[in-house]
Design a protein around this ligand. Structure first.
Ligand SMILES: [Zn+2]
Length: 162
C-alpha cells in the first residue's frame, strides 16, 4: 500500500518525507492554509493535460536546493480512501506539480532525478536573491515536440525572460 497524506503539518511532512525516501511507501505534504487532511491510498496519475511547464522544484529531502524540472500542467489522480473507496482528483498548476512530485517519491524518484536543461540546480538562498517566488512556476507550453519546446523555453529563460 502506498499513501500520500496532504495537509499534515510541517513537522509531520519533514519526518514523513525522510521516511518516505527510505521506505518509498508513504509521503506526507503540508499545504499552506489546508483546513483538512487528505489521505490518498495507492495514488496513480491516470491522465495528463496537453501542456507542460518548467518548475524550480524543492523537497524536504534537500531543503536548501532548487532543481529545474518539467511537469505536466494538469493531471488526473486516481486513488482510494482509507475505506478502499475509489476517488479521482483533477489538479492544475502548483497542485499538479505537487502530486507528480509526491507520487514520484512513492516510486523512489526524486526531483533531482528529473533535472532538465543546463545548470538545473540552484541553492535556494542564491535563487531567491534574483527571483520572485512566483517565478518558480513557468508558463505552460504544449507538449508536442517536447525537445523543441524545452529548448525554446530554456532559450527564453537564458535570455532573461521568465
Ligand atoms: Zn519531496
Amino acid at each position: 500500500m502506498k499513501i500520500v497524506i496532504l495537509g499534515a503539518g510541517q513537522v509531520g511532512s519533514t519526518v514523513a518525507e525522510s521516511l518516505a525516501s527510505e521506505a518509498n511507501d508513504l509521503t506526507v505534504v503540508d499545504i499552506d492554509g489546508a483546513k483538512q487532511r487528505l489521505v490518498m491510498v495507492n495514488p496513480e496519475i491516470t491522465d495528463v493535460g496537453p501542456k507542460d511547464f518548467l518548475v524550480w522544484d524543492d523537497c524536504f529531502s534537500f531543503p536548501d536546493l532548487l532543481v529545474r524540472v518539467t511537469r505536466a500542467m494538469q493531471v488526473t489522480v486516481a486513488h482510494e480512501d482509507l475505506k478502499g473507496r475509489p476517488h479521482t482528483l483533477q489538479c492544475e498548476g502548483p497542485m499538479a506539480e505537487l502530486m507528480q512530485h509526491e507520487i514520484d517519491h512513492l516510486d523512489g524518484i526524486l526531483a533531482v532525478d528529473r533535472a532538465v536543461g543546463l545548470d538545473p540546480f540552484a541553492f535556494r538562498s542564491e535563487w531567491e536573491k534574483y527571483h520572485l517566488p512566483a517565478e518558480r512556476y513557468g508558463v505552460p507550453y504544449p507538449r508536442e515536440a517536447p525537445d523543441e519546446a524545452i529548448a525554446t523555453r530554456l532559450r527564453s529563460v537564458a535570455a532573461g525572460a521568465s
